[in-house]
Design a protein around this ligand. Sequence first.
Ligand code: NAP
Length: 261
Amino acid sequence: MTVSLSSSLLSSYAVHPHRRALVLGGSSEARALATRIAADSRLAGVISLAGRTSAPIAHDLPTRVGGFGGVEGLTRYLVEERISHVIDATHPFAARISANARAACAVAGTPLLVLTRPPWICAQGDRWIDVDDNAAAARALGAAPRRVFLAIGRQGVANFRLAPQHDYLLRVIEPPQLADLPPSCEVIFGRGPFALEDEIALLREGRIEIVVTKNSGGALAYAKIEAARTLGLDVVMIARPVSLDAATTHSIDAAMAFLAS
Ligand code: NAP
């Protein structure tokens, strides 16, 4: 685990000892919040990344990388680093770190706010097949072979080995484990945001018949949903994990107000 705190963070801790935010990151919302915190002289903060991507996008706050070591490790971190507020701005599908944050904040007595984006809602012209998880998504593709665009990232792709009759086009940021891939699977690399016309071209040129995606929500990844709608394609939509019983907002302004509380 790498931990780095800049001298500017440490000095602002000294000036404002009561406002030491930990932002659990890995999302565009976390990046946007980091920029706001960095610009507010009343606040100090550190952003935490899991370390999944080899070249993460830079943040405006000091950044630590790597797991904490479960609930116990995160609790210890909150106490040792004298964190006053935690904002869980992780991706909506990162369920374990969110559960850990909930538990660690309860033990340490640290206020927690979840900052997340609203899920996508099925719109007119959408042809969604709603499922609960990756395994159900693989089953929903049906028995007949199809050309499938897998927009689920690399985690969970092994589930589609259970449906080896299909031809897959998998888009990822980081290389997947080869052993996880279904037998007929082309891998392409890309990090959003993606333009609608590019997504339409990708689906057309790939002769895609059905799209599989997680209901991540937000604008940056929405073009594939619009592209599928434009082309009249089915979309297997994987629902979010059950959300925590924790104070939640979709608003960066509300998160800033929480930090000032
Ligand atoms: P996860 O299953 O909820 O977490 C697995 C473990 O990774 C956690 O127990 C924790 O390790 C560590 N971890 C996760 N997020 C962390 C963070 N922000 N800072 C420090 N440690 C973290 O998470 P995941 O689904 O693998 O996602 C990993 C990261 O990628 C998240 O930060 C998330 O925001 C981002 N991301 C996820 C997805 C997705 O679809 N899941 C998509 C885009 C981005 P310890 O228990 O050792 O603390």
